[in-house]
Design a protein around this ligand. Structure first.
Ligand SMILES: [Zn+2]
Length: 411
């Protein structure tokens, strides 16, 4: 393994492969003896140790021998960008017969399903007619204070909100920029970024740019597709300018069934023919229309009693309605009588629309004013503060071409 800014030729890996009994951590050190490629395209200003860069199974295999957590230890708090070169072209040449594909995981350090699925894939040693790029994101957050305990750390930004974000004033932003720069030469055909939700949701894919190819890619991954209308500096948004890219939400983290779903997503993605041609259509598409937050000045809790230091209490279990319905009159929570509305709802243009959807009565009961479909409802104060409470979605029709009903998540 080498740090970003020290690229090597593919041929150098055979000289630096770790010994067979090398531990994952020592294997990292061994690969650092590789010689940087003369005349590399990185300027001295970019010769910083932003992420590990591994090339081919010769460099990757020493990392994979232990547990998934051992892989995190070996990565020592840094992201990693891997390339598994295409299997040799049938005519004997070494040029890939198809454009490259990419898988990203662990951009949020508490979301383990995609990471475990990617490691399982790599442990098979599989190669494809195309180069496979893999990005492993917030290793540091995934490794601190317990495994997979933090979306991001207090001294970090959200790693899925820094892609294409300027100015590059932080290490994380510089890392994102350097990865995008390196991928610019990768001839990517498509990318899938694997995530988990913090609340109960069905499995779904998120499409940031609606093109026939991106919808085909999304339908390859999941029955349900969420059309993403935000500009949030996510990896999928940044890569969508180059190729079809979707994020796939694999349900709650920490569940073997959800890691198994992520594995099936990878299998389908990597086995799929090109994403052009007659598009596949998802069974169900929903469009995000409104973002709902708890006003930042309001101290609140989930499922507790109101008190001197808690002005708003959310009813627990609301995430069970994700991608379903909250009917008019449904109770969302309570405030002290006489307290103003603690929620703030804004549409995708930034216009406040709170009064259309929510009301507080004289007794402090907060209810829904009209039927609505919530998505991505979260359940913890920390997550609600760091992102939002939920989004309101509009259902759009989408006849199924190839249903994947076996991949419904348990709610
Ligand atoms: Zn995530």
């Amino acid at each position: 393994m080498r740090a970003q800014g020290e690229p090597y030729t593919c041929g150098s890996t055979s000289k630096t492969a770790p010994s067979p009994d090398t531990s994952a951590g020592r294997a990292v050190d061994a690969r650092r003896r590789c010689t940087p490629l003369a005349g590399d395209r990185y300027s001295p200003a970019r010769m910083v140790d932003l992420y590990h860069r591994l090339e081919g199974y010769d460099e990757v295999k020493g990392l994979l021998g232990g547990t998934d957590e051992d892989v995190l230890l070996a990565l020592r708090g840094k992201p990693a960008l891997l390339r598994i070169p295409a299997v040799d072209h049938p005519d004997g040449g070494r040029k890939a017969s198809a454009p490259a594909r990419m898988v990203a995981c662990l951009l949020h350090g508490n979301e383990d399903s995609g990471f475990r699925a990617v490691l399982r894939l790599l442990r098979t040693g599989a190669r494809y007619p195309f180069d496979l790029w893999v990005f492993i994101g917030n290793v540091r957050a995934a490794s601190q204070a317990g495994w997979f305990a933090h979306r991001f750390l207090d001294d970090q930004e959200d790693f899925n909100r820094v892609w294409g974000l300027h100015p590059p004033t932080t290490r994380m932003r510089r890392c994102a920029e350097a990865v995008l720069t390196e991928l610019a030469g990768a001839d990517l055909e498509a990318c899938v970024d694997l995530h988990n939700n913090t609340g109960n949701n069905p499995f779904y894919a998120i499409v940031p740019v609606r093109t026939p190819a991106s919808l085909s890619l999304a339908a390859t991954c999941s029955d349900t597709v969420l059309l993403w209308n935000l500009r949030a500096h996510t990896l999928m948004e940044a890569l969508s300018r180059r190729c079809p890219t979707v994020a796939v939400e694999c349900g709650l983290p920490g569940l073997s069934d959800n890691a198994a779903f992520a594995e099936r997503v990878l299998d389908r993605f990597l086995a799929a023919p090109r994403f052009t041609g007659r598009p596949r259509v998802p069974s169900r598409m929903v469009d995000m229309t409104v973002r709902v937050e708890v006003r930042p000045e309001v101290p609140f809790a989930v499922g507790l009693a109101l008190g001197d230091e808690i002005d708003f209490v959310l009813r627990p279990g609301l995430d069970a309605h994700n991608f379903g319905m909250l009917f008019a009159g449904t109770e969302l929570g309570r405030v002290h009588p006489g307290t103003a509305m603690p929620l703030c709802a804004t549409d995708m243009r930034g216009t406040e629309v709170t009064d259309r959807f929510f009301a507080v009565d004289a007794d402090g009961l907060l209810t829904v004013r009209e039927d609505l479909t919530p998505v991505m409802m979260t359940t913890t104060v920390v997550q609600i503060r760091r992102d939002c409470l939920f989004y309101i979605a509009r259902n759009r029709s989408g006849p199924a071409s190839t249903p994947l009903n076996a991949d419904r998540a348990a709610r």
